[in-house]
Write a protein that binds this ligand. Structure first.
Ligand code: ADP
Length: 620
């Protein structure tokens, strides 16, 4: 029997899983039961839509057999099973593209790490935390030859033909290591199932040896007799009525469903009746899923039709900016044999989707009002991704703007646009914002001082996406949103007077500087609104902004060179000095220095850092 080695990283992964999860070994059972349940879901669908299986008398079930004497545990399901090929790809390697990344993300904290394991789809391997060896036997529905997969978890695996009752399904026989013999005892196993898998929608039967007695007095003898007991309620949680469910039920279901050890931040269970009949159960995880910003993220919502699982791979069930939501949509009105194509333009689903968005956004808003602490966690995790909605879901712009939060010059905390608007004085007409690389850099932008002096609050935006989405928002309840670092947006300071000198000497200086810096700036001008800093950079309406340009570069895109406008503070002593300067060369050095320092203040690198680095010493 030739053994196949595990794919490169599996070996390392196994060791890590075993060690990092050491204190939480029992979750292996949850993972295996959840795999069995998925396989039953798939089989059930086949019996409903595929002619080949329509006549089958299918009663889905999971059987767990305990052999205390031999220290083994067997988990059997009559689901779809796996072909030889599937055994190879599903169990013999980690097909997941995120494996390397997964390894990097492991922290050594077993609670956090066990979360990751679910997210990265390496659930099956967790069995090697407790197993000396594992024998998987499986028959794929529709095939006649079963196959076995056997491994000790370290030296590779082997696949062979085998017998399997002639019925499709999978059985996993685990030989426990000595320190984990406890997992072959009835109470321990029952307890784990109740804790993690009570709401698996299929019955789970526990098989064990019951101790019985025979005879009386001296003749009384003890003997073992096989017994069987169903240990879960086997009812899909979301189909039960809200009134009979406790918070604990919802939370336990979430752990199994979302492979998340942590409790959800909150959840929302809705049963709609009337025109459309459907149930939704949505969870917001405490922490944003690891793959939130990966193009190939895993969809978090599963679609069921009349309690039959249809798909967990439809990213259109909710809008993309709600991809962190976990949960279930169960419709009474869709046909069972919906294809992917039908799903995409299905009116029923579109209606459920739009009601769900409304519901979720409403729940977020409610959270903001009722639980400040939780809402803060929510904002920290999901503010950024919700902003994507401003870009592609205009219909919900107002709702989104009521839950998205911003940093601002008002203080350190998150603020809402509503709060901002409440604080606006009568003479303030616009909502001001500035974008930049990170909060600290934005907070120290030289333009802010002038707004502060007027008593105007400025929103400080430092998510990359702000550059795209905030201009699209345009206005909030009749108040236009204006970027303060746009050259056109300085008319506010028109009447302040004195800031922009127009005598010949000053004009001449601008001309000279502009000539010297021609290839780097669009314009040099005196600022109406600089208070302390000698210079600042601003963008012009029709050009690409500096921040946008940096983003495009990061994405590897070619962009035309962006030339900002250099604004000078005519009241600053440096300008006085420049006015007295005769040498063109010296003037250029100072010009470059002002320009590059302004770049740094934006958190951006000067165009030629090596030249800038030498300038101060040269000028000293
Ligand atoms: P995940 O369940 O997150 O995909 P696992 O490592 O737990 O990751 O399982 C890998 C794959 O093996 C599953 O996606 C499934 O295709 C297959 N598999 C595991 N257990 C079973 C089972 N009992 N019946 C059928 N297929 C299974």
């Amino acid at each position: 029997m030739a053994k196949k080695p595990f794919k490169a990283e599996v070996d390392r992964l196994l060791k890590l899983i075993i060690h990092s999860l050491y204190s939480n070994t029992e979750i292996f059972l949850r993972e295996l039961i959840s795999n069995a349940s998925d396989a039953l879901d798939k089989m059930k669908l086949l019996t409903l839509i595929e002619d080949q299986f329509k006549n089958e008398d299918f009663s889905p079930r999971i059987d767990i057999e305990i052999d205390e004497e031999n220290h083994t545990l067997t988990i059997t399901d009559n689901g779809v099973g796996m072909s030889e090929n599937e055994l190879n790809t599903n169990l013999g390697q980690i097909a997941h593209s995120g494996t390397a990344e997964f390894l990097e993300k492991l922290t050594g904290d077993s609670k956090k790490d066990s979360n990751l394991i679910g997210q990265f789809g390496v659930g099956f391997y967790s069995v090697f935390m407790v197993a000396k060896s594992v024998l998987v036997r499986s028959l794929r529905a529709g095939e006649t030859q079963a196959h076995s997969w056997e491994s000790d978890g370290t030296t590779g695996y082997s696949i062979e033909k085998c017998d399997f009752n002639g019925k499709h399904g999978t059985s996993i026989l685990i030989h426990l290591t000595e320190e984990h013999y406890e997992f072959a005892t009835r109470w321990r196993v029952q307890n784990i199932i109740e804790r993690y898998s009570n709401h698996i929608a299929f019955p789970i039967f526990l098989h064990y040896q019951e101790t019985k007695f025979e005879g009386e007095g001296e003749n009384r003898t003890e003997f073992k007799q096989p017994a069987e007991e169903q240990v879960n309620s086997a009812q899909a949680l979301w189909t039960r009525s809200k009134s009979e469910l406790k918070e604990e039920d919802y939370i336990n279901f979430y752990h199994t469903f979302a492979h998340d050890q942590e409790d959800p931040l909150f959840y929302s269970h809705t049963k709609a009746e009337g025109n459309l009949e459907y149930t939704t159960l949505f969870y917001i995880p405490q922490k944003a899923p690891m793959d939130l910003y990966q193009a190939n993220y895993q969809a978090g919502v599963k679609l069921y039709v009349k309690r039959v699982f249809i798909t967990d791979d439809d990213k259109e069930l909710l809008p993309i900016y709600l991809r962190f939501v976990r949960g279930v949509i169960d419709s009474q009105d869709l046909p069972l044999n919906v294809s992917r194509e039908i799903l995409q333009q299905n009116r029923i689903l579109a209606n459920i989707r739009s009601a769900s968005v409304k519901k979720l956004l409403g729940e977020f808003r409610k959270l903001a009002e009722t639980d400040k602490e939780k809402f803060k966690i929510f904002v920290e995790q999901y503010n950024r991704v919700l902003k994507e909605g401003l870009y592609n879901d205009f219909a919900h712009k107002e709702d989104l703007l009521s839950v998205i939060r911003f940093k601002s010059t008002h203080g350190e905390d998150w603020v809402s646009l509503a709060e901002y608007k409440d604080r606006m004085s009568d003479e303030q007409k616009d909502i001001y914002y500035i974008t930049g690389q990170n909060e600290q850099v934005v907070r120290s932008n030289p333009l802010l001082a002038a707004y502060k002096k007027k008593g105007y609050e400025v929103l400080l935006l430092s998510d990359e996406i702000d550059e795209f989405v905030i201009p699209m928002v345009r206005e909030y309840q009749g108040k236009p949103l204006k970027a303060i670092n746009l050259s056109e947006n300085d008319s506010l300071f028109d009447d302040d007077g004195g800031a922009v000198p127009d005598d010949e000497k000053h004009k001449e200086l601008l001309e000279k500087l502009k000539k010297q810096l021609e290839d780097r700036v669009q314009e040099v001008r005196y600022s109406k609104r600089l208070e302390e800093a000698p210079a600042a950079l601003v963008n012009s309406q029709d050009g690409l902004s500096m921040q946008m340009n940096r983003m495009f570069k990061m994405m590897g895109q070619e962009t035309p060179e962006v030339k900002p406008i250099l604004e000078l503070n005519a009241k600053h002593p440096v300008i006085e000095k420049l006015l007295l300067m005769d040498s063109e060369a010296e003037l250029k050095d100072y010009g470059v220095m002002l320009l590059d320092a302004a770049y740094l203040a934006e958190g951006l690198l000067p165009k030629e850092p090596h030249i800038f680095a030498k300038l101060p010493f040269k000028l000293l």
